[in-house]
Design a protein around this ligand. Sequence first.
Ligand SMILES: [Zn+2]
Length: 349
Amino acid sequence: MFFYVVAGVTMGLGLYCVITRGRGRSSRRSRPSLLFTVMYWLYSKTHVGYWYHRHLLTKAREKYPDGHSVTSAVTFGGLYLKIQPVAIVSDNYSYVVMNTKRRIAVVVDPSDPEAVQAYVKQEGIQLAAVLTTHKHWDHSGGNHALKRMFPGLPIYGSATDGVPGLTNPVLDGDMIQVGGLEFHVMSTPGHTVGHVVYQLDGAPFQAPDSLFTGDLLFIGGCGRTFEGDAATMLKSLEKVSSQPDNTIIWPGHEYTLENLLYGETIDGDNENIREKLRWTKDRRKARMATCPSTVGDEKQHNVFLRTRDPAVAEAVGMATRRLTGVTEEFQASVLAELREMKDKFKVST
Ligand SMILES: [Zn+2]
């Protein structure tokens, strides 16, 4: 017990440093500090991370008894497909994906198992599977508890990411078919080594595809590259941005306001960013969720998907190579700078 208390306090302090100061002090390509490396290892590889997650979950429930944001379900195909965001922890989203004709549901990243259990009971549906985007506890911390609540429940996730409670490991290109719902697995490393996203086939419901992007892509932003480099992250982001423009994006966190405030510092003349920021400010005043988005919209207002854009490159101190063209290596450098500046960005109050 003593170990957990000491480790928890140390970890809280460490995470505070990580969150508030980024990954280092030097201006270019800073390496993770030793403190960061130790704290990240404790969080992602040990049970201390789970303990810390449960602590944050308890605090968040006290602060937001009805969830951090007001969410609403989106329905397609004569109501046969229903996707319900569930606002959990302080800014995470789980998604309950339902085939309402067959009364079967799949849940993505249910790190608050009690919230998911309550929703499933209220809807009177059968929970048939858990899809986990990556191992971080704020996405996977409910897996063990849900297995106990729903015996035999399959837990899908990357075969290479160390997802807790994993029963059905998946690889890039795999298909998951549950209750008339079909998900295509895409490997998207960078945030973690085995991060995956799940693409729900919308065709049976006369709907666009839906992409559950975890901590790869947020509205107006992208995840940190904890376990990969910028070139890896760039490839993963391009897998998403190469999907049809009407593909619906369901991100793992409510980070939209901060992301767009940062985007405005990079490309302040971009009317798409300014318009989305105005809309977001209005939504957040009433604590309304900002998900979902679309691939087409993200390509307009998300600076992390615009590393080819001269305005974005110049904003991070890199002149574009107008004569030789923009190479992937150049784009990765722009992404690295964008990410590092975002890690240090603070919203002024
Ligand atoms: Zn994560």
